[in-house]
Write a protein that binds this ligand. Structure first.
Ligand code: CMC
Length: 427
């Protein structure tokens, strides 16, 4: 028998269906709440509100579980590559050899970006933050691809997916070339997606660039770990923008802006900036731990805590191992990393952090790896965006294919009641 929830307002009882997800997540379906009762719910930050049903990602914050399409993140990070996982996230199944080869080849068809995009990049000052530039360039793609995707046509949808995967990677790396003053370069269709990321970033016309397989492997893992995370801030933004039937590029561009903030994807940059600040201030990790605990001090330990993971972040576990491997392989000896280790060890034993379930999150370690790989700090969040792209695409696609209604929350108005207009000379 199906369960129901009873709500009582002013002595009147109302019944609402209770729905249960495939992992036994329970939700009260309040779709008819306002029509039946005249009331709405209030849930700032959406800590208790589901915005959709989704088949893509399952996460259990209490148990530290993350799965894409039913596959454990631990298995995917160890056994698959980024394009394979992108295919899984977007299309729902792990690709066969032929499907993966076709996907990679089809992405290659769209890795050339219209040359006129370079004029747009030229308009930005060299000091512009890469995330701002990336959001603008992604949005600008709409101008060169004005045809709206017919979401009911599978072929058109598939092409839109490949186009976005191809062009976004090139634009993401061009934001770095621009700020570094390097000439903009092109995707090499004879090489893989992650190898191309490295080439596009670092290869110069003056000499060959040798690709280190350890770095490719670490990046593959990092991108996989970031590929989707259900209804987080940027993904909800992508779905919300897309729900007005704005195009895929416009929706992804909005997702990039949402990801930029230091409480979301921008945390990986904030972690490194924090570590640098601690180093400049004498390297005393304990002092900063005390600051983070002081309620009169706005300082927070960046890279610690998570909205949904209240036990541990399963991505952080995998990445910590990868970070240790990369640092050992590359022989990196960096004082910043010693501060990170000190901070991590002390926080994990500290009562304040323990009692609030504040553990290092994925961004704490990803920043450390990126730094070891020689990626500049303000590009960290761009790397997060590259990893998150398949998730944004999949969620946008799901939302459109499921014909979800336009996202339009309500509010509880707390302003003035009706006032009479005062003419200027009476104010
Ligand atoms: N340093 C010190 N105290 C903290 C921290 C922190 N990083 N995070 C949370 N707290 C405290 C907070 O002050 C509060 O204490 P009290 O109960 O005494 O008032 C308690 O822990 C609960 O915090 P909250 O702000 O209610 O938790 P939230 O779920 O709303 O926020 C968060 C989650 C990620 C925004 C927050 O932990 C934070 O600001 N962390 C630092 C930024 C960061 O690393 N963000 C990356 C998130 S992972 C990447 C991603 O998926 O986007």
């Amino acid at each position: 028998m199906s369960k129901t929830a009873i709500l009582e307002i002013d002595g009147n009882k109302y019944e609402f269906p209770v729905i249960v997800g495939s992992e036994n997540e329970v939700a009260i379906d309040i779709e008819k709440l306002r029509a039946a009762t005249g009331a709405i719910t209030l849930d700032p930050g959406y800590k208790n509100s589901g915005s959709c049903k989704s088949d893509i990602t399952f996460l259990d914050g209490e148990q530290g579980i993350l799965r894409y399409r039913g596959y454990a993140i631990e298995d995917l990070a160890e056994k698959a590559n980024f394009l394979e996982v992108s295919y899984l996230v977007i299309f729902g199944e792990l690709p066969t050899v032929a499907q993966l080869e076709k996907f990679e080849n089809d992405i290659r068809k769209y890795t050339l970006v219209n040359e006129e995009m370079k004029n747009i990049i030229d308009g930005f000052p060299k000091t512009a933050h890469p995330m701002g530039v990336l959001s603008s360039l992604t949005s600008a793609l709409t101008a060169f691809n004005p045809k709206v995707v017919n979401v009911e046509n599978e072929e058109e949808m598939y092409t839109a997916v490949c186009k976005t995967m191809g062009k976004f990677l090139v634009l993401a790396t061009w934001t770095f070339r621009k700020t570094s003053g390097f000439p903009l370069n092109y995707y090499d269709n004879t090489k893989g997606y992650v190898e191309n990321f490295l080439r596009l970033m670092f290869e110069l016309p003056t000499g060959p660039y040798t690709i280190n397989p350890v770095i490719v492997d670490a990046l593959d893992k990092l991108f996989i770990l970031h590929a989707d995370h259900e209804q987080n801030c940027s993904t909800s933004t992508v779905r919300m923008v897309g729900s007005s039937h704005a195009g895929l590029f416009a929706s992804i561009s909005a997702g990039v802006s949402a990801l930029w903030g230091p409480l979301h994807g921008g945390a990986n940059q904030a972690v490194l900036e924090m570590l640098e600040e601690i180093q400049k201030d004498g390297g005393d990790a304990e002092k900063y731990l005390a600051k983070a605990k002081d309620k009169n001090d706005p300082f927070r330990l960046m890279g610690f805590g998570h909205r949904v993971y209240k036990n541990f972040d399963p991505r952080a576990k995998i990445i910590k191992k990868a970070a240790d491997e990369v640092l050992a392989t590359l022989g990196v000896n960096d004082p910043i990393l010693n501060i990170a280790k000190q901070l991590e060890e002390s926080a994990l034993q500290d009562e304040y952090f323990k009692s609030r379930n504040l553990y290092p999150n994925v961004d704490f370690y990803s920043g450390i790896i990126y730094r070891a790989l020689g990626i500049p700090t303000d590009m960290f969040t761009v790397l997060f965006a590259i990893g998150r792209l398949p998730g944004w695409i999949a969620q946008w696609k799901e939302m459109r294919v499921n014909k979800e209604p336009i996202g339009r929350p309500r509010q509880v108005y707390t302003g003035y009641a009706l006032r009479s207009f005062k003419p200027m000379n009476e104010r």
